[in-house]
Design a protein around this ligand. Structure first.
Ligand code: AMP
Ligand code: MN
Ligand code: MN
Length: 316
């Protein structure tokens, strides 16, 4: 499969690279690394991410051609869909992608629906960047600094800074190699984890005040509302890391963050420790993800959404 992709890249010229809405470090780092690889081969890559980058990823070497909002419609020699369990994760207009060129689906979600013309799905991979790294090795491309820092950041963030169960030996081996291309782990950690504006902590204070625990303190839930964003002059990008903070409570198996999109729609993020499978819970609501990190969107008022979640978790 990787050889097939290598041949498509060798033969082709124009490529679209896309990833999921609300892009995280793996979506961004994977897309950017592939951009820099294609550019080093004198190809014409273009990136489409529906949403702009959260501020903590702005330090990454930024490609010239990155589009947000509307998919840049054109004919491409291939369309790379990265870190998407389902093509709809790209956002509005995703159906058109299949008409723009063969879709190459590179993913590590267990729930991936193999929607591509070519599918490279490895649920054991720590991140999409790890799978792409194998492609880069197949292609024998140089690990330039621009490629390396994007690959490193993707793996670093998708493993929760080498803390989650997807932290495998490959993750360490690849990241070690990236340090030899000039990546300083302390710099990446500082950019990702220690570059927050003060307002984020004012927001965190409000969110932590909503904390409730259930089932003998094994399930934690907290909530972010639009009113909290207004009061603290923040937005959804400032909530990165909140659900992980709640998971730090001793004895908690599952942490849930409810983020109000509108009064009638909530984005749910779940994180778990050990064997608690939150992907299967999010699946019940049409979402997905990994065993220990998953998400979904639920329609309804806050009372209705909480009731549906409590029912899913069998909370009395
Ligand atoms: P998040 O809580 O948004 O950080 O997402 C955690 C994990 O679940 C990531 O791997 C996402 O790709 C996945 N995920 C989040 N929301 C959805 C959704 N609506 N459908 C499928 N997968 C999702
Ligand atoms: Mn992702
Ligand atoms: Mn990922």
């Amino acid at each position: 499969m990787l050889q097939e992709i290598r041949d498509i890249i060798t033969r082709g010229e124009k490529f679209l690279i896309t990833a999921h809405i609300d892009p995280d470090g793996d979506a961004i780092g994977s897309a950017f690394s592939l951009y820099w690889v294609l550019e080093s081969l004198h190809k014409q890559p273009c990136i489409y991410l529906r949403d702009s980058l959260p501020y903590m990823y702005e330090f990454l070497p930024r490609p010239q051609r990155v589009a947000h909002g509307e998919i840049p419609e054109d004919q491409y020699d291939a369309v790379f869909a990265l870190d998407c369990g389902n093509l709809f994760r790209v956002g509005k207009g995703y159906e058109k992608l299949k008409e723009m060129g063969p879709v190459i689906n590179v993913d590590h979600h267990m729930t991936n629906e193999a929607f591509g013309t070519i599918n490279v799905i490895d649920p054991d991979a720590s991140s999409v960047a790890e799978i792409l790294y194998r492609l880069y090795k197949t292609m024998k491309v140089a690990m330039t600094f621009n490629v390396a820092i994007n690959v490193y950041t993707a793996i670093f963030t998708d493993t929760g800074s080498f803390r989650y169960s997807n932290t495998n030996s490959q993750a360490f081996l690849i990241c070690e190699e990236m340090t030899r291309s000039g990546v300083a782990p302390s710099y990446v950690a500082q950019m990702v984890h220690e570059s927050h504006p003060k307002e984020r902590f004012l927001l965190l204070g409000l969110v932590l005040a909503t904390l409730e625990t259930h089932k003998n303190d094994t399930i934690a839930m907290a909530m972010v509302t639009q009113e909290m964003f207004r009061r603290t002059n923040t937005s959804k990008e400032h909530t990165e890391g909140f659900v992980e903070s709640v998971k730090e409570i001793r004895g908690i198996d599952v942490a849930v963050l409810l983020r109000e999109i509108t009064g009638n729609q909530y984005k749910i993020s779940m994180r778990s420790k050990g064997n608690s499978d939150v992907a299967s819970i999010c699946n019940l609501f049409g979402g997905g993800g990994h065993r220990n990190a998953a998400g979904c969107t639920i329609n309804g008022t806050i009372v209705e959404v909480k009731d549906r979640l409590k029912e899913a978790f069998k909370i009395e």
